[in-house]
Design a protein around this ligand. Sequence first.
Ligand code: SF4
Ligand SMILES: [Zn+2]
Length: 365
Amino acid sequence: MSQPSPEVYEQGKGMDAHNQVMRGIRAEKDKHYDPHEPTRVWLDEDNTPDGVVRSLTIILNTGGCRWARAGGCTMCGYVAESVEGGSVAHDALMDQIDVCLEHEAENAAEPADLIKIYTSGSFLDEREVGAETRQAIADTFADRDRIVVESLPDFVDRETIADFTDVGLSTDVAIGLETATDRVRHDCVNKYFDFADFEAACAESRAADRAADGVDAGVKAYLLLKPPFLSESEAIDDMVSSVRRCAAVDGCHTVSINPTNVQRYTMVDELFFQGGYRPPWLWSVAAVLEATTDVDAIVVSDPVGHGSDRGPHNCGECDDRVQKAIKDFDRRQDPSVFEQVRCECETTWDYVVDAETSYGMPLSR
Ligand code: SF4
Ligand SMILES: [Zn+2]
């Protein structure tokens, strides 16, 4: 009798099964977007190795993530916002940058020191943003201090980073690592790479840093608090160990914790709809930040959609106060900000952390 090949054996299992489900869910999307308009742009401030600075954040519409088209990550709905057809031409991408510069000129007194560019994919993947566009964007922002570009680790190399450092920009690559635990990244998030790939990307960034003149290069790790299929306590433990492992990698100077929010057209959304998923408590975010203050990295969190059913939330009474404490922590890295916020719902959270199991959850709404 013939033996099945490993490929055949894996069909309908593990990552293949996740991808099949995600492709089906994403097929429900029916939105179309203009390739000459960025997905989003906003002004903010950020904690960087140079201190707290004003930032311009750009979500470029580049045709979306290749991994998402294969199925992609269980919590990520961003592909639903991407342009139809798969790729965006140089001129259209530069039009998007112009729209962002106009937005900044209209809404800020002076240009931001920090530019952050996300693509819902990989800015450094040349199939998404070609070398010509990358160089033109580096030149456009050469008068700023620092740039952050988002990329999966596969596309991070010293020469590509040098496009930015060579024009005098300190350059950080934001990597959506999600967790340092390979098992959780593969089975809960359905993301294909390993922690070793993240370490290799950090090594490339270190090499770019050594070669750069007067500016620096580094990595910002983005982690995901509470992917599906983990209980609240498993999610907290996974985050604490992930923050520690990331901060210990040479070149990774910042760790940003993203609490999962329920986005449309995702597996998390299906689970949520069936009563099988609750986004993390804001107390859990605070607990992770408090437990990792001793690490040698900036650790921040910016809970999106806080206080709503589909976002990280507590009881409804204390959400704004806890969110404010988290934002204070981001700026000051001082855990005493959490001493001031107390609420009765901490007792419920304590119970959930103690008693919830991944085969019987969620224990609370
Ligand atoms: S999280 Fe990143 S890698 Fe995963 S599907 Fe979304 S854009 Fe792609
Ligand atoms: Zn509360």
